[in-house]
Design a protein around this ligand. Structure first.
Ligand code: NAD
Ligand code: GLY
Length: 358
């Protein structure tokens, strides 16, 4: 088992990564203050792992809450089901919420924990590759609004993150590729040597070879932990973690949440961000092609949906959370392995990239 730490002073927390961790109550117990535990999961993950986690927590009073699966349910109505269950079972302020599932469950459970009785503890047990390398770490929680992705939420850190790599065995191939999008993101924004390694090992990663997947998760979590520790509430550098996301979120909102997976939209969005970085002359055409090829090799789309026009992107990108005083800021690459958050790009160049994509 590997252990990393997200360093946030008195709110620091461990990330445990390894095989068989779902059975290890000693990794959870130090982070559970009372006897009440509420496991939040979805109706896809529940038949796979819920009973096992309940057995691990046999010494606690466990309330399972099983939500409908999918991005389309990351909304107020589903969130309300968590509060209804907690209040119905009279969970008090010492309750601990556990998110067992992908990023949708993690984001909603974290937001519920941030709000319930003005804040209770929560633990992340991510079960998709995407949630293991990204969403379970860093404390961004929330739900979607029809007008924009993740528009309602809170920064609220978990007490611990438990990554059982065995849970990936049941993950559909499409979801594996979606997770690889965020892994590739870390290489593009922060670590060119990791990008080399991903190029060399993509076939093994797609086949979920345990040592490779564990190494990719550990490197991704280490980069994310470092960035979050430097800028927890995204006043600056943390925004680089959104590389490709401004385009990607527009794709998700336009297609209807859940039609394109988040990782797929991020894949196509990163290709567009590479195009813009190259069009501005910041990276070479060869570097742009190298990044695009890696995204394609991971089984991800390298172009946005054909039914999206430039005007759709412009409209939807205007509600991005990085917009400040009406000005759009984007994460672009200065070189492979170095990202910047900037409003300093030529709008005509952006329009031509959007027009070429649509
Ligand atoms: P998801 O939660 O929808 O899970 C994907 C699918 O896999 C679902 O159908 C789920 O039921 C299923 N599943 C989960 N674990 C499984 C397993 N072990 N075996 C079989 N099936 C399994 O999607 P996701 O890709 O995990 O997360 C995407 C969400 O995460 C988006 O809402 C995105 O906005 C959010 N996100 C948040 C952050 C953050 O920092 N908070 C970062 C990145 C993404
Ligand atoms: N996934 C972007 C962030 O956590 O900041």
């Amino acid at each position: 088992m590997q252990q990393l730490t997200v360093n946030l002073d008195d709110r620091s927390y461990p990330i445990h990564i390894g095989s068989g961790l779902l059975d290890r109550v000693e990794l959870l117990a130090p982070h559970i203050a009372g006897r009440q535990v509420c496991i939040v999961t979805d109706d896809t993950v529940a038949p796979l792992y819920l009973d096992r986690l309940i057995r691990t927590l046999a010494d606690y009073k466990v309330l399972p809450v099983v939500l409908p699966t999918g991005e389309a349910f990351k909304n107020w109505a589903t969130l309300q089901q968590i509060f209804d269950a907690l209040l119905g079972a009279r969970h008090d302020r010492r309750t601990t919420l556990i998110a067992l599932g992908g990023g949708v469950i993690g984001d909603m459970t974290g937001f519920a924990a941030a709000c319930y009785q003005r804040g209770v503890d929560f633990i992340q047990i991510p079960t998709t590759l995407l949630s293991q390398v990204d969403s379970s770490v860093g404390g961004k929680t929330g739900i979607n609004h029809p007008a924009g992705k993740n528009m309602i939420g809170a920064f609220y850190q978990p007490k611990a993150v438990l990554i059982d790599t065995d849970s990936l065995r049941t993950l559909p191939d499409r979801e594996v590729s979606a997770g690889l999008a965020e892994i590739i993101k870390y290489g593009l924004i922060r670590d060119e040597a990791f990008l080399d390694w991903l190029e060399q090992n993509m076939a093994g990663l797609l086949a979920l070879e345990p040592s490779l997947v564990t190494a990719a998760i550990a490197r991704s979590c280490a980069i994310k932990a470092e960035v979050v520790a430097a800028d927890e509430r995204e006043g600056g550098v943390r925004a680089i973690l959104n590389f490709g996301h401004t385009f990607g979120h527009a794709i998700e909102a336009h297609q209807g949440y859940g039609t394109w997976l988040h990782g797929e939209a991020v894949g196509a969005g990163m290709v567009m961000a590479l195009q813009l970085s190259a069009a501005l002359g910041w990276i070479s055409a060869a570097q742009q092609q190298r990044g695009t090829a890696l995204i394609g090799a991971a089984g991800l789309p390298t172009a946005p949906p054909p039914n999206m026009a430039a005007a759709d992107f412009t409209r939807l990108m205007a509600v991005d959370k990085k917009v400040l005083d009406g000005q759009l800021r984007l994460v672009l690459l200065k070189r492979l392995g170095e990202a910047v958050v900037t409003a300093d790009f030529d709008n005509q160049t952006l329009r031509s990239v959007l027009a070429a994509a649509g």
